[in-house]
Design a protein around this ligand. Structure first.
Ligand code: FES
Length: 94
């Protein structure tokens, strides 16, 4: 079943990206573009991630010792995700 109709991304693909380490909607967007156009799929992606698609995270305190990587994301991707999250949290600007 398609989660992101703008880019034809399925729930299976979102789960595969999550299993590969993309644990936030922003990381899913970086990996697949899902959520970077209209943003209407971001809540569905959040829901999939919240149902255990993402591997268990390390306890606090151990993650800081691991190297982190930063992936440059297009500004439009960030704005679509931020807008969708802000809307769902009732924080949309007037
Ligand atoms: S449905 Fe995913 S960006 Fe539009």
């Amino acid at each position: 079943m398609y989660v992101c109709s703008c880019f034809g991304i399925t729930e299976k693909q979102v789960r595969e990206h999550a299993e590969a380490g993309a644990c936030t909607p922003r990381q899913i967007a970086s990996a697949s573009k899902a959520g970077t156009d209209c943003g209407s799929c971001v809540r569905s992606i959040q829901s999939i991630l919240g149902r255990g698609a993402c591997p268990r995270r390390e306890p606090l305190g151990t993650a800081a010792a691991e190297p982190t990587t930063t992936v440059a994301e297009p500004l439009v991707a960030q704005s679509a995700v931020v807008r969708a999250v802000a809307t769902s949290a009732g924080l949309e600007a007037a």
